[in-house]
Design a protein around this ligand. Structure first.
Ligand SMILES: *Cc1c(COP(=O)(O)O)cnc(C)c1O
Length: 412
């Protein structure tokens, strides 16, 4: 792996399978569809079960195809290991369910993916106190910490209002207090940002989004960066302490998170994501350039009241985002001027697709208050800065003039 990290980002992904010596010289890891794995030696079977020897026991805990993808995500994030899941939500759920006990306090950014916010509210009902804080302000995070706080959870660029968390200072705070710091890197992807650099212990990626990139497979991943000292974490079961401490967290996530909860990534999906990942850097550069051009153009239109994009000088965390990220990402949102109906505007778009996904190669638009954030109600929407007229755009890789032209005709 250290070999791969020394290579450039894209070279490492492209040659990852070949370096692991795939049979017949195949350039892609094959799809391993077997549910079970047979052993000639019962002792070896037992060693695999106990985590003392490498190998596969039963398909719910992973397969060789998803393992090849895990190696790529580990290389991209510069981590020590990765566990993949069927979806990004399965990955986040696994962290919450496999690592925390009733009474463990969770501090989360209040600006998080809607379904993550919903999951955290469910956990509250299961006996985990949760405090939602303004993660753009490290003082708000610090004020929320209690002796029972086990984790601080943030996203890099939040969806849909694109607030940027104070990632480095929160990392310093967590390190000083010995608290696990989890960063959802989905919106930036490891090409724009590596949470390891700000002290995150675990990194979440919804592979469904930019890493897969083509909108044709769901998947999620948790990467351990090696930054967190698991010997100081009270919830690791003795059964998982046989290995070096750097593996304890992932071992418990694979066993309790994957084996017990069963959100396993299937081989076909892992293959789709791995193929998509080969062009992550190329797509992301194009997406960032398109998004910046669109945000700047929208800002000049009289029919547009406000544009939210970290690449604009008017964004409150623009300087921070410039320091932390290679680019400003593919998500922007905006509000139309008073009197203009967002639904009518959206209906006039011809190239842009009205859809809820993000990170697709195609540009997607959605009125978020009426769809993704409808269920949570007006009060929570207001706390997240989501106006009724807010339109979210996930910018794709189309030719820039086609994109600007489509927005131009729909606004006219
Ligand atoms: C989409 C998304 C998720 C969940 O991923 P799924 O694969 O759809 O379950 C988690 N976090 C963020 C930031 C996302 O955008």
């Amino acid at each position: 792996m250290s070999d791969e990290i020394k290579r450039g980002f894209t070279t490492a992904i492209l040659h990852s399978d070949r370096d692991a010596a795939v049979e017949h010289g195949a350039l892609h890891k094959p799809l391993h569809l077997s549910v079970a794995y047979g052993y000639r030696d019962a002792r070896e079977l037992a060693a695999v079960f106990q985590g003392r020897a490498p190998g596969y026991a039963y398909g719910r805990q992973g397969n060789p195809t998803s393992a090849a993808l895990e190696a790529k995500v580990t290389a991209m994030e510069g981590g020590v290991g990765t566990v993949t899941f069927a979806t990004g939500m399965a990955a986040i759920g696994a962290i919450m369910l496999a690592l925390f006990k009733a009474g463990d306090h969770i501090v989360s950014s209040q600006f998080v993916f809607g379904n993550t916010s919903s999951l955290l509210l469910t956990l509250e009902a299961h006996g985990h106190p949760v405090t939602f804080v303004d993660a753009t302000d490290v003082a708000a995070v610090e004020a929320a910490l209690t002796p029972a706080t086990r984790v601080v959870f943030v996203e890099t660029i939040a969806n849909p209002r694109v607030q940027v968390a104070d990632l480095k200072r929160i990392g310093d705070l967590c390190r000083a207090r010995g608290i696990l710091y989890v960063v959802d890197n989905t919106m930036t992807s490891p090409w724009l940002f590596r949470p390891r650099d700000v002290g995150a212990g675990l990194v979440v990626n919804a592979l469904t989004k930019y890493i897969g990139g083509h909108g044709n497979a769901l998947a999620g991943a948790i990467t351990d960066t090696g930054a967190f000292d698991w010997t100081a974490f009270p919830n690791i079961a003795d059964a998982y302490k046989g290995q070096p401490p750097r593996n304890w967290g992932l071992q418990q996530l694979r066993k309790k998170g994957l084996r017990d909860w069963g959100g396993t990534l299937a081989a076909e999906q892992a293959h789709h994501i791995a193929v998509g990942a080969e062009t992550l850097a190329l797509r992301m550069d194009r997406i960032c350039a398109n998004a910046l051009a669109l945000a700047q153009w929208l800002q000049q239109q009289p029919q547009v009241r406000t544009v939210y994009y970290p690449g604009l000088a008017t964004h409150p965390q623009h300087a921070l985002a410039s320091e932390l990220f290679r680019g400003f990402g593919g998500l922007l949102s905006f509000e139309l001027a008073d009197g203009l109906d967002p639904f009518d505007f959206l209906n006039r778009l011809k190239v842009v697709v009205l859809s809820s996904n993000l990170g697709d190669n195609r540009t997607l638009a959605i009125p978020v208050a009426h769809t993704i954030y409808h269920e949570m109600g007006a009060e929570r929407r207001a706390a997240m800065g989501i106006a009724d007229s807010l339109i979210r755009i996930s910018v794709g890789i189309e030719d820039r003039d086609d994109l600007l032209g489509d927005f131009g005709q729909a606004l006219a």
